[in-house]
Design a protein around this ligand. Sequence first.
Ligand SMILES: [Zn+2]
Length: 97
Amino acid sequence: MIIFDSKDEISKKLKEENLGSAHLLRLNGYGSFNYLCSCGETHDVNGKDISCKGSAKPFKALLKCNKNFYTMIKIEGFFRKKALSEYGFDGKIFDTE
Ligand SMILES: [Zn+2]
């Protein structure tokens, strides 16, 4: 996973991804599975402390944990889902809201 530490890099990256709204992905429908977060822990993608802040193609979700760390995951697998963490950043540096 790449950790971005500059605001410019993050906004450039998110622009490249053409970040769309979270509901386009319908993450709830994927059920429960874990992802490696940029805070260093693993969380359940549909855990109550996790919020989805955006989506990108194909099957990517920008997740934020309760420590305010963002992670872009790519969802893989068909019957059994898994998350590949592509990059992340600390919400202190860049916040989508
Ligand atoms: Zn986290």
